[in-house]
Design a protein around this ligand. Sequence first.
Ligand code: PLP
Length: 356
Amino acid sequence: MAELLDGVVGNPSGSHHVARRSKRTIEDARDAVAAAVGARPAEVIFTSGGTESDNLAVFGVAAATGGTVVCSAVEHHAVLDPVHALGGETVRVHSDGRLDLADLADRCDATTSLVSVMTANNEVGVIQSISEVAEVVREHAPNAVVHTDAVQAAPWLDLTECTAAADLVTVSAHKLGGPAGIGALVVRDGVPLDPRQIGGGQELERRGGTPSTMLIAGAGAAFGSIEERRVEASDRVRGLRDRLVRGALEIPGVRRTADTDTTRLLPGHAHLCFADVDSEALLFLLDAAGIAASAGSSCASGAVQISHVVEAMGVTNDFARGSVRFTVGKTTTEADIDTVLSVLAPSVDRLRRTDR
Ligand code: PLP
C-alpha cells in the first residue's frame, strides 16, 4: 500500500503498462481472497467493505429474482436493514444464540430467493453451522440461495470449510488487520445477482466504479496471510478470553450472554451480562481506566440501546441492560486481562451501590 501511495497508480481498466501493473496487483489480491474463501478468482467482487457486500447480496439477489428474502434475527444491520426494507422475515435464535432451524424451515417456501445467516455473530461471537442452514434451505426453499456474512469469522475460522455451503460470502479486510473501506462479496457461479452500481462495467459488470488499487493491495496482503496468523493466534487468544470470563464470573450477578459450548464461540469474544448495572455507566468507568469495551449499538442521542442480538436471545431486561462485549485480540496480553479483572469488580460494585 505504501508503494502505491508514492507512485503513479494506473487505472486497471486501461491497456498501457501502468494500467497493466495496477491490474496485476488487483488480480493477485483477488487470488488471495479467493484462496482464503475457497472460491474461484472470477467469483470474487471487490466492494467498499462488509456493508456494501451484504447490501449487494440481499438487494442484488432480490432484484434479479423478484423473490422474498429471509435472515436470522441476529444479523448485522448491513443484512438486517436490507431484509427489512424488502419486507423480508427474520428467523428466531435459541437462547444460546444458535439459529432455530425449525423456524427457518417454517419461513422458507418456493418464493424465497435468499436466506442470509452470518457465519459468526459480531456481538456475542456465536458460530452458526452454515452447512445445516443450507441443508434446510435446499429442502424447504429450493429456489433460494444462501448468503453468509463471514466478516467476523474470517480472522478465526477456516472459511474454505465453514462457508463452503454458501452461494454468497461477505468478507471485509479491516477485521484481518487490512485497511477499512475494502471488502469482497464472493458470488459463486450461476447465482442470480443484479448489480447495485452500474456504469463502467468493472468487476465483470457486477460493481461499477474504478477500483482502489491501493486498498485492494492491502486486502490482498491481509487475506494472503490469513492462515498462518489464524493458527498462531487462536489458542492463545482463546486462553486469554477464557481467563477473562472465569474471572468476571466470580463477580456476583454476572452471566455469559451466550451460555454455549465455547467451541461454538469465536476465540476472542467475551460477552457478559451484569445484573443491575447500566452498561453505558460501566463502559464509562472502564474507558476511564483505559479499557475499550462496547455494548449494543448507539442511537443518535448517544444512549446505548439494548442490542437486537441480546434481545433476540431472550435475555431478561435486568441482565440485558448491563450487557457488555469485551474482545480479546492478537495484541492482547496477560497483563491486559489482569488489568480488566482488577477494574471490573470494583466498578460493578460501585455502580450497584450508587444505583440503590
Ligand atoms: N458484518 C459484520 C458481521 C460486521 O461485524 C461488520 C463490521 O464490523 C460489517 C458487516 C460491516 O463491515 P464494514 O465495516 O467493512 O462495512
